[in-house]
Design a protein. Structure first.
Length: 459
């Protein structure tokens, strides 16, 4: 229960490395009473040095502790974690960056009538101490990667055996293994590898995937975040022990053409990537519960390829696409170069071109997640929407801007909501008939409906 927590806000200050710049046009949402965010009650992320956060450190830049011998179980109900959960239950969300969190900005927080029975129990009892293990664990402490994308780093990093970084990564993984083996096998657990580099460039993560006792943990599902260039058929065969655990694969592509790819994915090989993605598409055909998403970090160098990105890959090589804005991780050659890439800023000389690109109807597809770009597309389609929303880009979104039922399901993974949506409207994927661009689009949406049903059945 809540109680009086013996910890002040100063005891877990904002981590400056996790702060994300806003251009001043984003408004702060001040009242979120009656809204629930499941993140602090279900997710943890492990970062460099063993720092542990609940939810995304960009939107919630506070750590709940450091992973040591007590493991995640001890940190999960730390005083800092309780304070964060309390801020959700009282509706203040005072530890969250309202201007950065796209869940807050897009009004995607759950209304109380949308809660699962477990979430409703938490709200009714104002429960900040949880008796269950996290439902999702992201590994973000090994920065090994075979690429050096300008939006992420200045050079390649690989924590090879014998290096201090490798030793630290191996130590944290050892602690994590104990937590995974001791976790409640009756509850599904998603293991996200990785939020800091590429899983197939890390010797430590490869060893985990290849040699962990997966057969003892049938409840664990693996979500990959990868650039795809190392995800070869040979690697896949090598990792045969964890095949049945792999659920989602998110591939950072960032381009629709080889020329742009060579710039934004420095060190990558377009031909090899496409070959690997065709192999993945084959896995997807054989394993109907496998879900593949392509990501694009939107910037001045690639925004004009956004429509082509959707047309080229959605339905053929992937099930969904998602767009993000880049961050300033201190990796750009200069501050001026970073500013040149911030195409979403109203002061950018190509901002109007950016809005014109966003008017393309291809983005109407329900399997296109506009992510950070959502608000700007609303403005591109209807400038008057800004006034009705009550502010500029980043203002609180009006109810009519809520996402479709299938997108909400994918975000919350709420089986009750999914069943209700399906029973009330068996063709809910097609409820906006005007967004169906072609017979191929119809077939693609129907195929994804079947895929979602199979995925839910497997889970």
């Amino acid at each position: 229960m809540t109680g009086q927590l013996q910890i002040s806000d100063d005891d877990f200050p904002v981590n400056p490395q996790w702060e994300r710049e806003c251009d001043g046009s984003l408004n702060t949402v001040t009242s979120l009473s009656g809204k629930f965010c499941p993140g602090p009650f279900s997710d943890v992320q492990i970062h460099a040095g063993g720092k542990v956060t609940v939810c995304c450190p960009m939107g919630l830049p506070r750590q709940i502790g450091v992973l040591e011998e007590t493991g995640l179980k001890g940190l999960w109900n730390s005083a800092a974690a309780q304070k964060i959960r309390q801020s959700v239950l009282d509706g203040s969300y005072r530890y969250c960056n309202h201007r950065v969190c796209d869940i807050i900005q897009r009004e995607s927080l759950l209304d109380y009538e949308q809660l699962t029975s477990e979430q409703q129990h938490i709200v009714d009892r104002q429960q900040v101490i949880l008796d269950h293990f996290p439902c999702s664990v992201m590994l973000a402490y090994d920065a090994s990667c075979n690429l050096s994308c300008p939006s992420c780093r200045t050079g390649k990093k690989c924590f090879t055996e014998g290096s201090p970084e490798h030793a630290e990564s191996k130590r944290l993984t050892g602690l994590l293994k104990k937590d995974l083996l001791a976790s409640d096998h009756s509850r599904p657990l998603a293991l996200n590898i990785t939020g800091s580099g590429d899983p197939f460039a890390s010797p430590v993560f490869l060893d985990l995937l290849e040699n962990f006792e997966w057969e003892q943990c049938p409840h664990i599902r693996i979500d990959f975040q990868t650039n795809g260039t190392l995800f070869t058929e040979q690697i896949w065969r090598r990792l045969w022990r964890c095949h049945r655990h792999v659920r989602n694969i998110a591939v950072s592509v960032d381009a629709a053409t080889p020329d742009t790819y060579a710039v934004v994915r420095r060190g990558g090989d377009w031909g090899r990537l496409m070959e690997n993605m065709k192999f993945l598409a084959g896995l997807r055909r054989d394993n109907k519960s496998l879900f593949i998403r392509f990501n694009m970090v939107v910037q001045q160098r690639n925004f004009h390829e956004m429509p082509q990105f959707v047309k080229e890959f959605l339905g053929t090589l992937c099930d969904s696409v998602k767009f993000f804005f880049l961050n300033d991780w201190g990796t750009w050659a200069s501050r001026a170069e970073y500013e040149r890439q911030c195409i979403w800023k109203k002061t950018h000389p190509e901002f109007q071109d950016f809005l014109r690109v966003l008017r393309d109807p291809v983005f109407n597809n329900s399997m296109v997640d506009m992510g950070d770009v959502f608000e700007y597309r609303q403005i591109a389609l209807d400038p008057g929407w800004v006034r009705r929303a009550g502010g500029g880009p980043g203002a609180a979104f009006p109810p009519q801007a809520a996402r479709s039922r299938v997108e909400r399901y994918l975000k919350t993974n709420d089986p009750r909501l999914f069943r209700l949506s399906f029973l009330l409207n068996p063709v809910f994927l097609f409820q906006r008939a005007g967004t169906l661009a072609s017979w191929r689009d119809f077939r693609h949406r129907f195929a994804n409906l079947i895929r979602l049903l199979r995925l839910k059945s497997r889970q």
